[in-house]
Design a protein around this ligand. Structure first.
Ligand code: NAP
Ligand code: MG
Length: 498
């Protein structure tokens, strides 16, 4: 039996609460579409406040009764086991993710492979979470304990569902927390399938729970729930601001990974062929539905013509089509809403005076016949940084090429944005590369690369791209808290009132 068939309840993709696959308390469901053909592919349980209540209660109970006291070595063993099961089910997970989200199978295979490495890494992290002993300041001994924060509420987007689940589940479990996850309504399927892997690995009931449903109902109930200690949110900056306000009312701990408008700065001495290849990957992989997408390309005026010509040729070479056909580079956008948004931004750009140097519309031929949400890799030239297409996140395969005159000009344009998620610098000059990396206001800067990520390197945004960091050992600062313990060593304590 396939992974999906294993979890269906009355033909419906259920939720996962307290170790059981369950339908919504009120029986509500919603339809999920397969982006590559626009057809309904699954009926999904639509969770509401009552289901959030059940899930948070399960998570609280699991936290208090077992999980917080489960030895790190045993938490680590579970994390390793999850990683092994991801490896064993790699191809099926990748296929389900491609069907659910529209991303090409080449990409989802690579993602699933990397997901297994995250679980292995956090098995190590779990066993290396230590407090500190502090230098004496008198007749006492001070030390700190790293303790879990409790019940985590996680809300994730649709662009990389399994990866986003992993970025929350790994630190939650490594730190001894329990978690309730609300997947995005556009990509519900692989979350529930993943729950079956967690169950098979032996994750105790209630430690990880999934409530499917809509942001305004299930998501909102999770944020408002008084028994949720921390909210981990990945999504748009607007929703992030709304959640920050609500979480503040309950003084909940929060981490936010939000939008971006990441610049790639190409200096005249750069290896242009390398920049073309890698920036094309930076913007067009995942159909541009990537928070770190290379959506602003700043190119020195002297090399603009050469770069644009080669960049357009590269964009035109990209094969867009059926995500399950591994000869295609890129699949479809995830939703019709997203496709419409992309189209409207190309129109806005043209009205503002930009020129379409590649793409600009839905691809013709095979991909279009599928009837899915496909869009061609698109390059907009003649863009000024003040235009809407250079300031607002499109979240599609559309990049804006802007020219600059010198390093100061490049840095000024790069930093002239409300976002600060990532940037890349392209040069063969080691001094320029490191100097500019230091001058960009962003949480990640690549030199001669764009979009590489892994489990060991912290990731997160400056400015309106969020706060807190995920990945690496750094994320554990947000999934644990320090307790200070004082031990008095004086035989004869001073009597202040004697
Ligand atoms: P979104 O609308 O903010 O949705 C993200 C999640 O929040 C979804 O699960 C959504 O539910 C839920 N949600 C919506 N309104 C809510 C509310 N009032 N209360 C609680 N939850 C609510 O974002 P999106 O447009 O789907 O996703 C794309 C965005 O994510 C982009 O801006 C992108 O840059 C960002 N992103 C950031 C990172 C990063 O690490 N920095 C990574 C990936 C994506 P529904 O499913 O019902 O909409
Ligand atoms: Mg949404």
């Amino acid at each position: 039996m396939g992974l999906l068939d294993r979890v269906l309840v009355n033909g419906t993709v259920p939720m996962f609460i307290n170790g059981e696959f369950v339908l919504a308390a009120d029986g509500a469901t919603f339809e999920s579409r397969e982006p590559a053909n626009g057809k309904t592919c699954a009926t999904v349980a639509e969770g509401g406040p009552e289901d959030v209540e059940r899930a948070v209660a399960a998570a609280r109970n699991a936290f208090e009764t077992t999980w917080r006291d489960t030895l790190a070595v045993n938490r680590a063993r579970l994390l390793l086991r999850i990683g092994q099961l991801v490896d064993e089910n790699k191809e099926e997970l990748a296929q389900l993710e491609s069907r659910d989200n529209g991303k090409s199978i080449r990409e989802t295979r690579a993602e699933v492979d990397s997901i297994a490495r995250f679980y292995e890494f956090y098995a190590g992290v779990a066993q290396n979470l230590t407090g500190q002993t502090l230098p004496p300041t008198g007749a006492h001994f001070n030390y700190t304990l790293r303790e879990p924060v409790g019940v985590v509420g996680a809300i994730i987007p649709w662009n990389s569902p399994l990866m986003m689940i992993t970025w929350k589940v790994c630190p939650a479990l490594a730190g001894g927390n329990t978690i309730v996850i609300k997947p995005a309504e556009d990509t519900p399927v692989t979350a529930t399938v993943f729950a079956s892997i967690l169950a098979e690995a032996g994750v105790p009931n209630g430690v990880v729970n999934f409530v499917q449903g809509f942001g305004g109902r299930a998501g909102s109930a999770l944020v408002d729930h008084p028994d949720v200690d921390k909210i981990a949110f990945t999504g748009s900056t607007d929703t992030g601001k709304l959640i920050a306000e609500k979480a503040a009312r309950g003084l909940k701990l929060v981490t936010f990974e939000l939008g971006g408008k990441s610049p790639s700065i190409i200096f005249p001495d750069a290896n242009i062929d390398n920049a073309v290849r890698r920036i094309a990957y930076g913007i067009f992989s995942a159909g541009g539905q990537s928070c770190i997408a290379a959506s602003r390309v700043l190119v020195h005026a002297d090399i603009k013509e050469e770069f644009l010509e080669k960049f357009a040729a590269k964009a035109n070479q990209i094969r867009v089509g059926n995500p399950l056909d591994d000869t295609n580079h890129v699949g479809s956008q995830t939703s019709e809403r997203q496709l419409d948004k992309i189209k409207s931004y190309v129109e806005i750009a043209e009205k503002e005076g930009a020129l379409v140097a590649a793409g600009g519309s839905r691809p013709t031929g095979m991909a279009d016949e599928l009837g899915g949400y496909f869009f061609s890799p698109t390059i907009l030239a003649n863009v000024k940084n003040s235009m809407r297409v250079a300031q607002e996140e499109i979240f599609g395969p559309v990049t804006a090429v802007i020219d600059f005159t010198d390093e100061d000009d490049a840095v000024r344009i790069a930093n002239d944005t409300v976002f600060g998620l990532a940037a890349s610098v392209w040069t063969e000059n080691i001094r320029v590369g490191h100097r500019v990396a230091g001058r960009i206001n962003a949480g990640t800067v690549w030199i001669n690369n764009h979009r590489s990520m892994n489990w060991v390197t912290p990731f997160g945004g400056y400015k309106q791209s969020g706060y807190g960091r995920e990945n690496g050992v750094h994320v554990m600062d947000h999934y644990t808290q320090n307790k200070s313990v004082w031990v008095d060593l004086a035989d004869d304590a001073v009597d202040w009132f004697g």
